[in-house]
Design a protein around this ligand. Structure first.
Ligand code: EAX
Length: 330
């Protein structure tokens, strides 16, 4: 009897074991996360936390695979991928997102945020949440506001210490209507371009300059092709962690909640890295020959004054009350 049993039982146990393993293996969903910076830069450290925490805290149901350095395309292209469901998660600057969720554009207005604490407090508060809630209707799940940092101007032609010095420069901007309008108001030849095209364009001299946070400037080693850096801090550049509804809606409510929690943890790491790179990056830029100009409060006020025609347009577009609610938030 035992011979007969074992002849039947063993294969049954083996089959059950295979089915169980296959079942567990099938249950794991791989989520592709794309971003545009190096693994050690301020998006990369956040993305790494998401991948690690998901592996450790979601019971093997999910695995996040991170694709840095624009492996999945430019930020506008990756945001489109989230809408189409070809990319599951994207960590992007707010730059191109305004083309999909226009409500985010108000956060791109120059000189809107006083400093990092002000920006984070507004974006993590009711104003920021109300904007995130607008994403769903546009076919995107906005998991959280993140951070790119205060943007500064670089160019290869001349020192910029007043708005007039920027006039006529061919400056790459993000594909962002607010930024383009602001720079055109300064008399800059604003040239919208996806980030992966910028370094080649700077190397070939088809553009004179660009503007970005220190972390991006230094991570991309722009000091190799840009001589002048002016610390204008003209825009606080938020970032956003976006998810495809196709992937998000397949998650259980508990897993959705846990992923949002993990993403908020990742944003804390991202924000700390922004400030760390800003400190370290200035040293590195100086060491690599960049001529760095810090603007006095009065000089910065000159840029704000020169932008007044654009501010009038932004008031019409977004409502002065909405702009003041952000500007005056504590
Ligand atoms: O998000 O395109 C830009 O200038 C962004 O700051 C960069 O891609 C990082």
């Amino acid at each position: 009897m035992s011979g007969v049993c074992s002849r039947f039982i063993k294969p049954l146990i083996a089959a059950a074991a295979i089915a169980l393993l296959a079942g567990v293996a099938q249950a794991q969903t791989v989520l592709k996360l794309g971003h545009g910076l190096q693994r050690e830069a301020h998006y990369g450290v956040g993305a790494a936390h998401i991948a690690k925490a998901v592996a450790e805290r979601m019971g093997g149901r999910y695995k996040v695979e991170v694709f840095p350095d624009f492996q999945l395309g430019g930020e506008r292209e990756m945001t489109e991928g989230v809408q189409l469901g070809t990319i599951d998660i994207v960590w992007t600057s707010s730059g191109p997102v305004g083309n999909f969720v226009p409500e985010t554009l108000i956060t791109d207005i120059p000189f809107l945020f006083r400093d990092y604490q002000h920006a984070r407090s507004v974006l993590d508060g009711p104003i920021g949440q109300a904007t995130l809630d607008k994403c769903t209707a546009k076919g995107i799940v906005c998991l959280a506001w993140a951070e790119n940092g205060f943007r500064h101007m670089t160019n290869s032609k001349r020192e910029v210490k007043a708005p007039g010095d920027a006039k006529g420069l061919k400056l790459r901007t993000m594909e962002n209507q607010v930024h383009m309008q602001a720079f055109r108001t300064l008399g800059v030849q604003a040239t919208p371009m996806a980030w992966p095209e910028v370094l080649p364009a700077l190397q070939q001299g088809t553009i004179d300059g660009q503007e970005n946070p220190i972390g991006v400037i230094v991570s991309a080693k722009l000091y190799q092709v840009q001589k002048f850096l002016t610390l204008t801090g003209h825009v606080y550049s938020p970032a956003l962690v976006l998810m495809s509804p196709a992937a998000f809606n397949k998650m259980s409510p508990a897993d959705q909640k846990l992923l949002r929690e993990i993403t908020r943890e990742a944003v804390t790491i991202n924000r700390a890295r922004v400030e760390e790179l800003e400190r370290l990056g200035l040293e590195e830029a100086k060491k690599n020959g960049m001529q760095i100009r810090t603007l006095s409060t009065e000089e910065k006020a000159e840029f704000q004054k020169a932008l007044e025609p654009a501010f009038r347009e932004f008031a019409k577009r977004f409502g002065q009350a909405n702009i003041d609610a952000i500007r005056n938030a504590k």
